[in-house]
Design a protein around this ligand. Structure first.
Ligand SMILES: CC(C)(COP(=O)(O)OP(=O)(O)OC[C@H]1O[C@@H](n2cnc3c(N)ncnc32)[C@H](O)[C@@H]1OP(=O)(O)O)[C@@H](O)C(=O)NCCC(=O)NCCS
Length: 147
């Protein structure tokens, strides 16, 4: 397993300020047992676009990875989003997060065209600020009208 650098670990931890737990809990998911949180998915239904749901962050205890835990969380989120009338789910990740990219591809997400490519990946330069490039994913969860 490739270990994260301290900077990469810090970057990931900054993705979870308390506001997500305060204001997005009804669309987020947590898997826990009597020893604590084992996995979570923080996501929400867009306030600006009624068609879109967004997955902000998913994390699985390293000891539980590779067993379908994140797949189950995503499947539950996608199902609830579809039931709520959402038609598309979106997510982003850093180009360096190869595990996340492989996971989203395995979950059937497509990669949105970027303004350049890194190792064949479409990348959106400076998406989240200077030097903060991102890969953007989308997955349709409702049939297109007429199909
Ligand atoms: C990415 C992450 C959530 C995957 O969780 P997981 O529970 O191990 O994933 P699953 O076991 O449900 O895998 C589902 C599919 O994705 C694939 N996949 C998951 N992680 C993968 C990896 N690192 N490399 C290649 N494929 C991977 C699996 O092979 C599986 O495919 P399959 O169902 O076709 O066999 C987990 O590695 C993690 O918590 N990473 C750290 C946090 C992070 O980077 N989150 C994403 C950024 S928002």
């Amino acid at each position: 397993m490739t270990r994260r650098t301290p900077d990469q670990a810090r970057e990931l931890s900054l993705l979870l300020p308390k506001l997500f737990l305060q204001f997005f809990s009804s669309t987020s998911l947590v898997l826990e047992d009597d020893t604590g949180v084992k996995a979570f998915l923080v996501g929400f239904h867009s306030a600006d676009n009624d068609d879109v749901a967004y997955i902000h962050f998913v994390g699985v205890d390293p000891k539980l990875r590779g067993q379908g835990v994140a797949r189950r969380l995503y499947t539950a989120f996608l199902q609830r989003a579809a039931e709520a009338g959402r038609e598309e789910v979106r997510a982003i990740t850093s180009p360096a997060n190869t595990g996340s990219i492989a996971f989203h591809r395995a979950m059937g997400f497509d990669l949105e065209e970027g303004d350049r490519e890194i190792d064949g990946l479409p990348v959106h330069s400076d998406y989240d600020g200077p030097g903060q490039d991102r890969v953007c994913f989308y997955k349709r969860i409702a049939p297109r009208a007429g199909s």
